[in-house]
Design a protein around this ligand. Structure first.
Ligand code: ZN
Length: 150
């Protein structure tokens, strides 16, 4: 088996694990920002709860129902942004988006989020992976209308 095959298998394991056991799943009682997102193409729904404190994401949780990719992406996202300054979170959002939609951009400092890089080979799944991030972005902006991938 090639190295690429091994890596892909490892990435899939991480995605399956986050789908089966989503991290930071549930309602955040003391959230001061909330946003909802829908991906009509797949039927994914996600609600992102944030507790912003002193310019950083002090806490984050999410709820919703979606496919394996959207759930795993939301779970990985919650781990990646927790405790980070808002500016870094926005930068991470742009890097993650670029990794998935633009082949020419090398993922920089995406860490574990890189496991979702294979999604770009499946255009129909791209919106599943980016939905939680668009929703997070809206929560950070304090937007109340639902985020949509359309
Ligand atoms: Zn989906």
């Amino acid at each position: 088996m090639s190295d690429t095959g091994d890596l892909r298998e490892l990435y899939q394991e991480v995605i399956f694990d986050h789908n089966r056991h989503p991290r930071n799943f549930g309602r955040l009682a003391d959230a001061n920002r909330v946003a909802e997102g829908h991906n009509p193409l797949c039927g994914d729904n996600v609600t992102v709860y944030l507790k912003l404190e002193g310019g950083r994401v002090a806490d984050v949780k999410f709820e919703g129902q979606g496919c394996a990719i959207s759930t795993a992406s939301a779970s990985l996202m919650s781990e990646a942004v927790k405790g980070r300054p808002v500016e870094e979170v926005e930068k991470l959002f742009r890097s993650f988006h670029a990794m998935i939609v633009d082949d020419n951009v090398a993922p920089e400092d995406l860490g574990k989020l890189e496991v979702l890089s294979g999604v770009k080979e499946f255009p129909v799944r791209v919106k599943c992976a980016t939905l939680p991030w668009h929703t997070l972005h809206n929560a950070l902006l304090g937007k109340h209308e639902a985020a949509t991938t359309e």
